[in-house]
Design a protein around this ligand. Sequence first.
Ligand code: GLN
Length: 539
Amino acid sequence: MTKFIFVTGGVVSSIGKGIATASLGRVLRNRGFTVAPLKLDPYINVDAGTMNPYQHGEVFVTEDGAETDLDLGHYERFMDVSCTRGSSVTTGKVYQKVIEAERKGDYLGGTVQVIPHVTNEIKRSIIQLGAEQEADVVIAEIGGTVGDIESLPFLEAIRQMRKDVGYENTMYFHVTLVPQVGPWGEIKTKPTQHSVINLREIGITPDVLICRSESPLPEDVKEKISLFCDVPIRGVIESLNVETIYEVPLKYEASGLGDLVVERLGLEERPPQLEEWTKLVHTLKEPTYTCRIGAVGKYTSNGDAYKSINEALIHAGIPNDARIEVEWLESDIFESGEDPIGLLDGVDGLVVAPGFGGRGIEGKIEAVRHARESGLPFLGICLGMQMAVIEFARNVCGLVGANSEEMNPDAPYPVIHLLPEQKGVTSKGATMRLGSYPCNIVHGTLASDLYGTSRITERHRHRYEVNNDFREKLIEHGLVISGVSPDYRLVEMVEIAEHPFFVGTQAHPEFKSRPNRPHPLFQGLVEAAVTRKLKASVR
Ligand code: GLN
């Protein structure tokens, strides 16, 4: 029998519900349970693929090619699971299903309504995910903040779930803020009380309150929260800011949350295996080395726009015993005419990020040129790889004006062009080359050393590819094609042999990195960066 935990958020948005959900998942994974995380998002977009990273942060891509909310990235990284299309449900997706069924005549004669038709569809997706993944526990996070109009159908659906599957199989978690105000930093419980009142009006009484707070909650404050919110004292969990987000699951475990959930849901009692996680948190907090990675992107003002790259770099620091400081650089600055050497001074490695559209492109190309010429360790991801190919075509092969058709449809040398299957596609939602694809790694290359295998799979999200008309020319001038699709049609990876570390990948390796299993490409980049830094300090 699958158990269900629902996570809501109160008081303010951006309170860390995603990390709380992911951490709860890790607590259960440490006890050997299979966990299926689920994000229920109240927005009307069918998926996150059409949203601007400035507004909404990164679009996370699952193995099966769903374009989802970035919280799925937290789930995968903390729980070390692979999410699927079913792990992300939006209002748009729910309505699409209900309206399709209505048109087919499934409800013939009936009036289609939010309750029960929309709520039934929400419940169906929750239960289906648990069944599909044979999960011991489904952990479903409801996006938005309690009190929002648009999340009401989701809250009603999870309220009904307790009636459907039973008290002993459901738990409600509420993540809330306990602020400190006034000249003496008094701890205030009122916002939490009001948020819980809001939930109880809907018919949900939380079992656990995750209280985000700047300083420790004294016992009397916990008692007050427990009394006013009708939550047992054991369920009032203090959640302070921590040095690294990966420490949160250990804090939860230490506060008794693991035991509480196991008891309350009647799960098998097993001792938590904390060794691996404790070790990696220790390295994250007290590494021997530090190194600085510059990352060039065009949505850098939103800290969440490149979440998975940021985390993949941090993970890659762990086996290298290094703290990674990621310095995000807006690509525009490389177009200001300033010397790229100055801009990249002090970074030990460079990532050029994925992206769409022409803005900031020339800046990215400038940054790649500097990395190629100066021996700065470089990893180009998707658009970053395409920029590396353009830079190489222009400055090494002498193909003046080489470009991607995406940026200049009339480029004299379209070294990057539209994938054949994309020709004629005009609709924007879920139409890219998406999800996991196999790639053959060429023997004797850096990629083959790093991956240690000749056949890999990586996740994709793109419309353009390296133009095969220019493959020979690029190879002749020294670009190594180190990864190809199994039919040899698509260039998946490139590198430069004489360079300390210069790798471009058409895929998004960042989506598969985990703190306990850092991705080989990021690990290689960081290793090269640390080596470069150490050499420079010896000199
Ligand atoms: N815009 C490029 C393409 O569609 C790269 C996409 C990306 O970086 N994800 O191919």
